[in-house]
Ligand binder design. Sequence first.
Ligand SMILES: [Zn+2]
Length: 280
Amino acid sequence: MPELPEVEVVARTLAPEIEGKTITDCDIYWPRIINYPDDKEEFKTLIKGQTFGRIRRTGKYLRIEVGEHYELVVHFRMTGKFQMIKPEEREQKHLHLFFHLEKEEEGLAYIDVRKFGDIFLVPKGEYQQIKGLYHAGIDPLSDAFTLEALQERLSSRKRHIKALLLDQSVFTGLGNYICDEVLWFDGEQGVHPQRLSHTLTPREQEGIYRRILEVIQHSITLGGNSFRDFTYGEGVKGEFKRMLKLYARKGEPCFNCGTPIERIIVGGRSTHYCPNCQRL
Ligand SMILES: [Zn+2]
């Protein structure tokens, strides 16, 4: 599933392709991919003749301005992706939406093998009505994400740190692999995923803050080079794997101390950690 860094890369990659381009028509092949409005003809009417504007990201949601009054809000879920294709390439499986762009050889296609993606066309400023954005926490790439904000949220709650970091109403966009990675510190004692959040020392809080920014920025940099078709593609996996210290490395030696990485379940999610570098 695409996480915050992947969606951020999609936003950055897609912007030069569609910003300022006018939608002349929209083909809908799988109407149920559109969550809102219910009336798909209304979706078409609202979007036809409008221009794609600024692209933003909130958590794992992509938000694309449509004309002055609307925005297209997209959650890719498992397999959704945007791709620029020529109109004659529309005869492909899993193509659910196609936006024709004025004076462009290619249009914007939404492709989704498993059809779990969510697409909304909502009046601007009303995206927070969407379930999932309603109680969205602080985005780690926003100005609101400060060390103080993180410390406040950690010390006021008594929960396993991993589960707290995964809670989208506390911080939005931190997915499973990021939450594992940020608890492992390079060259020093990290934090066990089951530590209670309010017991963390200032050193540990600062370490988690630093690692969140590090892992996200690093992922974005890698993604910027390797993401094709605006999605989390196969090409990125090699480079990406080298960056990851824990994820999918069960039984492999810790990069700090050589102890085999262990896997446990925390908050219902598969969790990797080093039993020596992240002691309870
Ligand atoms: Zn270790």
